[in-house]
Design a protein. Structure first.
Ligand code: NDP
Length: 479
């Protein structure tokens, strides 16, 4: 079976007729092919988007909203099919795709279908000058959306939904490693009545297809989620063309545990924040810092709880941790375990590749806990993006704050404490775009989402996303 590009409301083959193998991470087998799209395909997608723009940008908000709500419903109606596709493409447990990925993709369309009807701009009366200023929020035109493989449809729709709600037309590229649900979204958009050309999906490699989107002189804004190195490259390409850029990049998030926390709740959530989605979530708390007085207790309890996390085939009901997304990624993550050992880290649990009976070539790995001798070692500083966490003790608030902030990233942080004053002090000082206190990954789609430092530029979510996907224009009228 072949995946095709979705351009001007039609599924089409790549112009060069070149294809890339797509692997099933659960067994290491090629199960379909995807277009290796070139610049010419991106140009075709751009032209389709450009020709749809004048009509779509003038479509009433009520009508845009109605179509997007229909997309949301159809995603819900196709929950099983989409979840199975996501699980097969990515290696994540089927129950997780059903409970999180696909419902959230549906919510993204529903949320922005509603948000656009509430979006407003300012007006300023210039008192004493007989003038009124108002701000128009106009769609940009054709915009590019590029998303990663860890939460494929979830993050793809998180960009597309606000872009089209704001009246733009889109050229989008999912990760070449997980293209399937983006492919299926094409049909859903057609069925929902999204006009031809409003959304165009081009598949292929980041370095060619993705690069062609970023380089396109008339694609005026790029919303990108992915690694920090890729984000740097994109910024370098796009900046001289003065493109608007939203970059959601990597993280190395601290999970800070004080002795006064609700211990059981913390323990349960920490297992999840460490290993959910095989640890392949940019928000995972991959650096665990524990107050010294409960450190030994935590080590025992955490190791015990993690040892009960069943690694297995994504379709097996009891599986908590599925397969990693690809062979090169598995190798990268395993290599970090070796680096940790060389740096004096002690593997408290896991550290090895796993073979699952009947699926011997799948990309499985044990959930891994590494006790590190210093917060400055590489496994504590570099993003691993797999089922690996580090742990170490701390003695004071000042010490842990310094360690938490002493990385180049600043996406999220989790804090476990029942001390209100400490919560306020720490939340103010943690260098992160999001601070969770006594919880993790609790999301309200109205809130600003994004990171500081090397974790990105700009914010998604709520009206922030609608602001990104529109150009403000000041109109000043003298009367
Ligand atoms: P990559 O940066 O490798 O890829 C992200 C996307 O960019 C893919 O679609 C990729 O295509 C494409 N791409 C690669 N090179 C280029 C290029 N030169 N020009 C344009 N597009 C390009 O990230 P991963 O897919 O490996 O995702 C993991 C990373 O994403 C982690 O660092 C993680 O932290 C981050 N992430 C950040 C989130 C956030 O909100 N801050 C959320 C989720 C993940 P292809 O795959 O085909 O190469």
């Amino acid at each position: 079976m072949n995946i095709q590009n979705y351009i001007n409301g039609q599924y089409v083959n790549p112009i060069n007729n070149e294809w890339i193998d797509n692997y099933n991470p659960s067994n290491g087998e090629v199960y379909c092919q995807i277009p290796n799209s070139s610049k010419e395909d991106v140009e075709q997608a751009y032209k389709s988007a450009q020709s749809a723009f004048s009509k779509w940008s003038q479509t009433t908000l009520e009508e845009r909203s109605r179509i997007m709500l229909r997309v949301s419903e159809l995603i819900e109606e196709n929950l099983d099919r989409l979840a199975e596709a996501e699980s097969k493409d990515n290696g994540k447990p089927l129950w997780l795709a059903k409970a999180v990925d696909i419902p959230r993709a549906s919510s993204n369309f529903r949320f922005f279908a509603n948000a656009i009807t509430q979006f407003a701009s300012e007006s300023h009366e210039s008192v004493g000058q007989n003038a009124i200023n108002y701000t128009l929020r106009q769609p940009i035109g054709v915009v590019g959306c590029i998303s990663p493989w860890n939460l494929p449809l979830y993050l793809f729709s998180w960009k597309i939904a606000p872009a089209i709600a704001a009246g733009n037309c889109v050229v989008a590229k999912p990760s070449e490693v997980t293209p399937m649900t983006a492919y299926l979204l094409g049909d859903i958009c057609t069925e929902a009545g999204l006009p031809k050309g409003v959304l165009n999906i081009v598949h292929g490699l980041g370095t060619s297809t993705g690069q062609a989107i970023v380089e396109h002189p008339n694609i005026k804004a790029i919303s990108f989620t992915g690694g920090t190195a890729t984000g740097t490259h994109i910024a370098r390409t796009a900046a001289p063309m003065f493109k608007k850029l939203s970059l959601e990049l990597g993280g190395k998030n601290p999970n800070i545990i004080f002795a006064d926390c609700d211990y059981e709740d913390m323990l349960k959530t920490t297992v999840r924040s460490s290993f959910a989605n095989q640890g392949q979530i940019c928000l995972c708390g991959s650096r665990i810092f524990v107050e010294a007085s409960i450190y030994e207790q935590f080590k025992t309890d955490f190791t015990n709880a993690v040892s009960k996390q069943k690694v297995g085939h994504p379709l097996a009901e009891e599986t908590k941790i599925g397969a990693l997304v690809s062979k090169p990624h598995l190798e990268k993550v395993l290599n970090y375990v070796e680096i940790a050992k060389e740096e004096g880290g002690k593997v408290l649990h896991g550290g090895n590749q796993l073979t699952i009976e009947g699926h011997e070539n799948g990309y499985y790995m044990e959930p891994t806990i590494i006790e590190v001798p210093s917060d400055e070692c590489r496994v504590n500083q570099e993003e691993i993006f797999g089922p690996v966490v580090t742990i170490m003790p701390f003695n004071s608030e000042e010490e842990v704050l310094e360690m938490a902030n002493k990385v180049k990233y600043g996406l999220s942080a989790t804090l476990w404490t029942n001390d209100l004053k400490r919560t306020m002090r720490m939340s103010n000082k943690l260098q992160a775009g999001i601070v969770w206190v006594n919880t993790w990954l609790m999301r309200d789609l109205r809130t600003p989402f994004g990171g500081v430092k090397d974790s990105g530029v700009g914010r998604e979510g709520g009206f922030e996303a609608l602001r990104f996907f529109t150009e403000p224009k000041n109109v000043c009228i003298k009367y």
